[in-house]
Design a protein around this ligand. Structure first.
Ligand code: SAM
Length: 509
């Protein structure tokens, strides 16, 4: 299996007639190896070592809407946006979606597809391509034809890619100009304005020989490519918000051993207050708590999260190119390669300390204490205060108890829960001597390990205060103190009279 996970949410585990998959959501990308969807269920389960959990999907969650570019209101003249090797012409009369914050996502996709293309082309040239098209599964052995491939050149046996929701065509054009060894890319969008823009951008970037614009519903295009010989080696899904309704079609049109690149920007639903919306979209209930980046109310993926070899290859590869977000790519991949791959969940130290109401321990101290106790420890890429460990829970509480004994909290701060935990007897002897190996390389090198605000003040905007009525001032005065006004209790009609009298009595006193 080839896949890479970065910040994930396991959304649901779903059974569909010819394939089973775990749907994982993330604030970056998961690459999925497609399993043989025509196989029997039993075999599928065997293939993936875990019944009900074969496909892994890559997703990114970023708050796109916060930073999409729509410059049409600013100027009437066309202008150009440059990203990677691509140039996007923004026609002033058309609204075309461009989200600069997603550059990291696109950079990572370009890097991943380059490796996928290398393997694909090497396997073909080594004559190991089998009828069942398992090419992406096999690693190159003796031939390194891929190193001689040139980006921007068409290769008849190269990768076929579908970008099902393409907007300006930027992503497809970047693939065409930056990923060597491609045969074709279809850049599809349902919006006429978007397709006009895709055509203009294909011509502007001179990639007609590789990229074809398509104007259709993504689902239709994907179902039209279900036939074995029509399938794509890579399918890229980057919708607004939820991608789940595209997944069935995507799974059917990606070749066996191919990859699905799924971007999801639906964090408000996934970590939000509307579990019913989450259920209708994903078949799972969102949990609005600290664990929301890891899990939702539903099945979780408990197998290895990352294909370590692939992550290592990717980490090396990104330095051979000039990516705009190289620092972030380096940081994320470094944390991922240091991460304990066989431990599915993580703790956050601030949360554990807040349960017993003690001062938060430094990450270095906790990590050292866990290592000194003989267990493994790492960060999770999902949280900078995270602790991933194979130590049992009682060891962590022992460490926290010991820490609290050195930094006691005031008696009056103790309540039932903290008292119950802190008054327990220690099970192990805690040694908090700081160790050098407790400080991982990615931290020592000060890499950009976790998402930083991509732009100043980036994030959800404040609520609009626009008033369409003319009598704005009157409305403001009428609404003054509105929230302070006491609500009347909800009384039945017969009790309202009594309430009025009682209220009058109160006021008289
Ligand atoms: C988030 S944008 C894509 C951004 C693009 N992938 C990029 O990296 O710049 C989503 C696009 O999906 C298109 N879209 C929405 N529903 C669609 C559908 N059912 N079929 C095809 N395109 C669709 C929208 O018109 C929009 O251009």
């Amino acid at each position: 299996m080839k896949y890479l996970t970065i910040n994930y949410h396991i959304l649901f585990c779903r059974l569909i007639p010819r394939s089973i998959f775990v749907y994982i959501i993330s604030d970056a990308i998961y690459y999925i190896k497609k399993i043989n969807i025509f196989g029997k269920m039993d075999n599928l389960a065997k293939d993936i070592n875990l019944a009900n959990t074969p496909l892994k999907i890559n997703v990114e969650s970023q708050q796109k809407s916060a930073s999409c570019v729509d410059k049409t209101t600013e100027s009437d003249a066309p202008f150009i946006i440059k990203e990677g090797a691509a140039e996007i012409v923004v026609l002033s009369s058309k609204n075309v979606f461009y989200n600069p914050v997603q550059e990291f996502n696109r950079d990572l996709s370009v890097a991943v597809l380059t490796l996928i293309s290398e393997d694909h082309n090497n396997n073909i040239s080594n004559g190991r391509r089998k009828q069942t098209d398992k090419t992406l599964e096999e690693q190159p052995k003796n031939c390194d034809l891929a190193k001689t491939l040139i980006a921007g050149v068409k290769y008849e046996n190269g990768l076929n890619i579908l970008e099902a929701l393409s907007a300006s065509g930027l992503r497809s054009i970047r693939y065409a100009k930056e990923v060597p060894g491609l045969n074709s890319i279809v850049a599809n969008d349902i919006s006429e304005a978007a397709v006009t823009s895709i055509r203009a951008n294909i011509a502007h970037n001179d990639v007609n020989h590789l990229v074809t614009a398509s104007h259709s519903d993504a689902v239709l295009v994907m179902y039209q490519h279900r036939r074995y010989q029509d399938r794509f080696h890579a399918v890229d899904l980057d919708p607004y918000g939820c991608p789940s309704h595209f997944l069935d079609a995507a799974v059917q049109c990606v070749s066996d051993g191919g990859v699905l690149l799924v971007t999801c920007t639906d964090m408000a639903v996934l970590c939000g207050n509307t579990p019913e919306t989450c259920y209708s979209k994903y078949g799972s209930i969102s949990l609005k708590n600290k664990a929301c980046h890891e899990m939702i109310g539903g099945p979780i993926w408990s197998g290895p999260l990352h294909d370590t070899d692939f992550v290592v290859r990717l980490s090396k590869h990104i330095h051979t190119s000039t990516f705009g977000t190289l620092r972030r790519m380096e940081g994320v991949l470094a944390v991922i390669s240091e991460e304990l791959n066989d431990v599915p969940l993580y703790y956050t130290m601030d949360r554990l300390c807040s349960i017993v109401r003690c001062q938060t321990m430094s990450i270095l101290s906790v990590r050292s204490a866990v290592l000194n106790a003989g267990y493994r420890v790492s960060y999770s890429h999902a949280n900078r205060m995270s602790i991933k460990t194979d130590a049992p829970m009682y060891v962590l509480w022992d460490i926290i108890r010991y820490w609290e004994s050195q930094n006691p909290i005031k008696m009056e701060r103790r309540q039932n829960v903290s008292e119950a935990i802190l008054s327990k007897k220690q099970t192990i002897k805690v040694d908090m001597t700081v160790r050098e190996d407790a400080n991982p390389e990615s931290r020592q090198l000060k890499l950009v390990r976790f998402q930083e605000n991509p732009l100043r003040y980036w994030g959800p905007g404040t609520r609009s205060t626009t008033c369409v009525q003319e009598n704005k001032e009157e409305k403001r005065i009428a609404n003054q103190g509105k929230k302070k006004k006491k609500r009347k209790p909800d009384l039945g009609p017969d009790k309202q009279e009594t309430f009025k009298i009682l209220k009058q009595d109160d006021e008289d006193m």
